[in-house]
Design a protein around this ligand. Structure first.
Ligand code: ASP
Length: 342
């Protein structure tokens, strides 16, 4: 059910300009020390009204709001950005609508291999897992790598063993089975067995991400994904790569990416945005637009990012027809899907 205060928030959407490169950004509207900001994405891709039923659209908007609710509660009660992004991602991982956790896509071999990463802006601490198949919430494993190991990234069986040693919940791989994702794989295998798709069923990406600024001025970012349908050879995308899929630095911004991972790795997308701010004095909007709307477009890399800077400005550029996204900060909230929603 839609919450009553969302009606008010919906009215505010028209005044927001955080989602499109043509907008001016909202930097002037933000005080120097905002209470908190949380921005989320549920993947970018060919997401257009014609391909969505009203029911699907409502379900996605509700799912995004459910995730925002959880993160907002943490941030407004003074909790940390790292807790907010962790819990928010868990809600999205548990929802089969998204290509992460429960809704992860299938590999060529018919299993679900998931990647996740997380980073704290205050000390550049980071953790990631790649190719995990039995960890219920891969983002918790990434966080455990960050906090309970001396490493940044663990993969495959080793990551599973580490998660087990940390007491994280593991599940039978069947837990990740969903008919929709299975059918996507079958369709793709029939059409073109050699190709990989970023969520072929509806040509959406579906990865999830969250970035946040907390009341102590700390930034954090997190990303989780099942990667590409029909992927082979233990392919790992950008989502668990610090600097590509995820980056946070209190001096600049927090970024979570979604899109064609190989391009996001090669163009070090999340770090590229931060670096332009740090070394080139660009605003969050200028940096994000340059990377996502210019460099990636020229290279042929589809996707988008969500980002928030140390002052609480946010920006969500994407070069695909749509991106599931949303934000909340004191007195303002919106969830958006299509390009024409600002
Ligand atoms: N970036 C992810 C990957 O390439 C996919 C996505 O964002 O949908 O694995």
């Amino acid at each position: 059910m839609i919450k009553p205060n969302l009606v008010l928030f919906a009215l505010l959407i028209t005044t927001m300009n955080c989602s499109h490169p043509e907008s001016d950004g909202d930097e002037d509207q933000v005080p120097d020390s905002p209470d908190y900001v949380l921005v989320i994405h549920g993947g970018a891709g060919v997401i257009v009204r014609d391909n969505m039923t009203k029911e699907q659209e409502t379900a996605y908007r509700q799912a995004l709001n459910d995730a925002l609710d959880v993160g907002q509660q943490i941030l407004e009660s003074g909790g940390s950005s790292i807790d907010a992004v962790t819990r928010t991602i868990m809600v999205l991982e548990d929802n089969p609508l998204f290509n992460a956790g429960k809704g992860a896509v299938f590999t060529h071999a018919g299993i679900n291999e998931m990647d996740a990463s997380i980073m704290e802006g205050k000390d550049l601490n980071a953790g990631a897992v790649g190719g995990v198949t039995t960890i219920k919430n891969p983002i918790l494993a990434a966080r455990a790598v960050m906090e309970q190991s001396e490493h940044v990234m663990l993969t495959g069986d080793g990551a599973e063993a580490f998660a087990e040693a940390c007491g994280l919940e593991r599940v039978d791989p069947d837990y990740f089975y969903t008919e929709r994702r299975w059918n996507s794989l079958q369709r793709l295998l029939k059409e073109d067995p050699q190709s990989v798709e970023l969520d072929h069923a509806d040509r959406k990406h579906g990865t999830v991400g969250a970035v946040a600024l907390d009341m102590n001025g700390n930034l954090a970012a997190a990303t989780s994904t099942g990667g590409m349908t029909n992927k082979k050879y233990n392919r790992i995308g950008d989502s668990p790569i610090i600097g590509a899929g995820t980056y946070a630095n209190n001096l600049t911004c927090a970024v979570s990416s979604t899109g064609h991972g190989e391009y996001f790795i090669r163009y070090a997308v999340a770090y590229d945005i931060s670096a332009q701010m740090q070394y080139g004095n660009k605003t969050l909007q200028e940096a994000g637009d340059f990377t996502v709307m210019q460099k990636l477009v020229e290279a042929g890399g589809t996707g988008g990012v969500i980002s928030v800077d140390k002052r609480g400005n946010m920006h969500m550029p994407f070069n695909t027809p749509g991106m599931y996204r949303g934000f909340v900060r004191p007195g303002q909230r919106a969830v958006m899907i299509y390009d024409d929603e600002r």
